[in-house]
Design a protein around this ligand. Structure first.
Ligand SMILES: Nc1nc2c(ncn2[C@@H]2O[C@H](COP(=O)(O)OP(=O)(O)O[C@H]3O[C@H](CO)[C@@H](O)[C@H](O)[C@@H]3O)[C@@H](O)[C@H]2O)c(=O)[nH]1
Length: 422
């Protein structure tokens, strides 16, 4: 029997995802029509032996429980939200809830960062771990990145024959390896002994320092406190994959993830792609997901790589490409939406143009990943990015919004370019 844990952090995390995370916790932001972590749950369901899923984070229960209830109804598997009283770190939270994870003695459990998106190949990852179950405490799913981008991730050095991780450095300051940690793992239960030892030694340090230790003794980071010392001991392995994988840190990466999840639907869930009834309504350029309750005018042209949420209304002659339109948004006739996210309940008036700049990985660099730039560059100017309208924003007719971010509940009165409207 197997279990899975999805780590979602809390409201203080995911700041680069604002303003989209202002009215909805980032892990629940819809990409390709589903909350980000629902894609994780679906990946878990593809593993036959997997019998229970835990979502661990420090968001208030009220923000996550409805989603968990919906998932329980939709899928036939127990799913629980375990709330940390404070951030305990990526290993500290596993240790804190170890009794629940160990219950029923699973053979192993998956751990997945909630802020990655991928064509998760959990069955293959588990098979790899199982083949080494005598020695492996942890198997890390890993992938290649460029030399420069690898510095933003956990970097692994492998023994080529056995795939044992001989060296691990989290976000190194200079080049270590282009093989990076994807934030998806299989853990054996034995790992709790190792985390336990780290916990005890941190506690001792804390008491010795007379309570003046910098971090809470319960705060244990998986990457620095566990993976780094475990490398080279024969207990840490890596499973390199070449499937699509990306981090989901910024709003731009949501557009990128949207495109890839839609592409995966072609083989895994073709029924989620617009076609049949929807294609009779308007012109669809694949891949597109349209919620059944959306109303699309027959003369609109939608796609490629567009997701349209519940209750959205799209007027005559509207053109939408590479964008996410969230619940109950209204796009009035003849407007154009490119590389943008339109927040829930927002309204774009007639003949308006809402356009952003894509931040896709450089196609000329093999293994390039999404850049996740900060909002502002070193000159204090806004980095070009997708255009984002927070929830309940109103854009007047015949205006242009270019590379801009508009916070929730704003009523714009004119065109804007490279601006943040606070
Ligand atoms: N429950 C819980 N979750 C947490 C906590 N801290 C972080 N998380 C969650 O754990 C995941 C990792 O978050 P970060 O700590 O921000 O790490 P990172 O910069 O994303 O880097 C990690 O992921 C990379 C791959 O995306 C890895 O390459 C890197 O080595 C590392 O594991 C996120 O989903 C975040 O919400 C915590 O205290 N508690």
């Amino acid at each position: 029997m197997l279990k899975a844990v999805i780590l979602i952090g809390g409201p203080q995390k995911g700041t680069r995802f604002r303003p989209l995370s202002l009215d909805i916790p980032k892990p629940l932001f819809p990409v390709a029509g589903l909350p980000i972590i629902q894609h994780h749950i679906e990946a878990c369901l593809s593993v036959k032996e997997l019998k229970e899923i835990f979502i661990i984070g420090f968001y208030p229960v009220t923000q996550i429980q409805q989603f968990v209830n919906d998932m329980q109804l939709q899928y036939d598997i127990p799913i629980k939200y375990l709330q940390e009283f404070t951030a305990l770190g990526t290993a500290g939270c596993l240790f804190h809830f170890r009794d629940q994870i160990r219950l029923g003695s699973p053979d192993a459990f998956f751990v997945m960062n909630g802020d990655v998106c991928a064509d998760f190949c959990l069955n293959d990852l588990y098979q790899f771990h199982k083949d080494r179950s005598a020695e492996a405490f942890i198997t890390i799913m890993s992938t290649e990145a460029t030399k420069q981008q690898s510095l933003n991730y956990g970097c692994l050095v492998l023994d080529k024959k056995s795939n044992e991780v001989t060296h691990y450095v989290e976000k190194p300051s200079s080049y270590v390896s282009t093989l990076i940690n994807c934030g998806v793992y299989v853990f054996s239960l034995k790992i709790f002994n190792i985390i336990g030892e780290t916990f005890m030694s941190k506690q001792e340090d804390y008491y010795k320092s007379n309570g003046n230790g910098s971090k809470d003794a319960g705060y244990i980071q998986l990457e620095r406190d566990i993976l780094t010392p475990l490398a080279g001991t024969g207990k840490l392995f890596a499973f390199p994959v070449s499937n699509w994988w990306s981090q989901l840190k910024t709003a731009s990466s949501a557009i990128y993830a949207n495109r890839h999840y839609l592409e995966l639907y072609r083989t895994k869930y073709p029924e989620r792609l617009a076609g049949g009834r929807q294609s009779e309504q308007c012109k669809i350029i694949p891949d597109v997901h349209i919620d059944d309750s959306a109303q699309i005018h027959p003369t609109a042209v939608i796609g490629p790589n567009v997701s349209i949420g519940p209750g959205v209304i799209i007027g005559a002659g509207v053109r939408i490409r590479e964008s996410i339109i969230l619940d109950a948004a209204v796009i009035e006739e003849r407007s154009l939406i490119l590389h943008s996210i339109i927040g829930r309940n927002s309204k774009v008036g007639k003949w308006a143009r809402v356009e952003g700049t894509p931040c896709d990985p450089d196609p000329n660099k093999p293994f390039a990943k999404m850049e996740n730039p900060r909002l502002f560059n070193i000159d204090g100017r806004l980095n070009p990015s997708i255009t984002i309208l927070g929830c309940s924003v109103s854009v007047p007719s015949e205006t242009i919004l270019l590379n801009s971010i508009v916070l929730p509940n704003k009523e714009l009165s004119k065109s804007i370019k490279n601006e943040i409207i606070l």
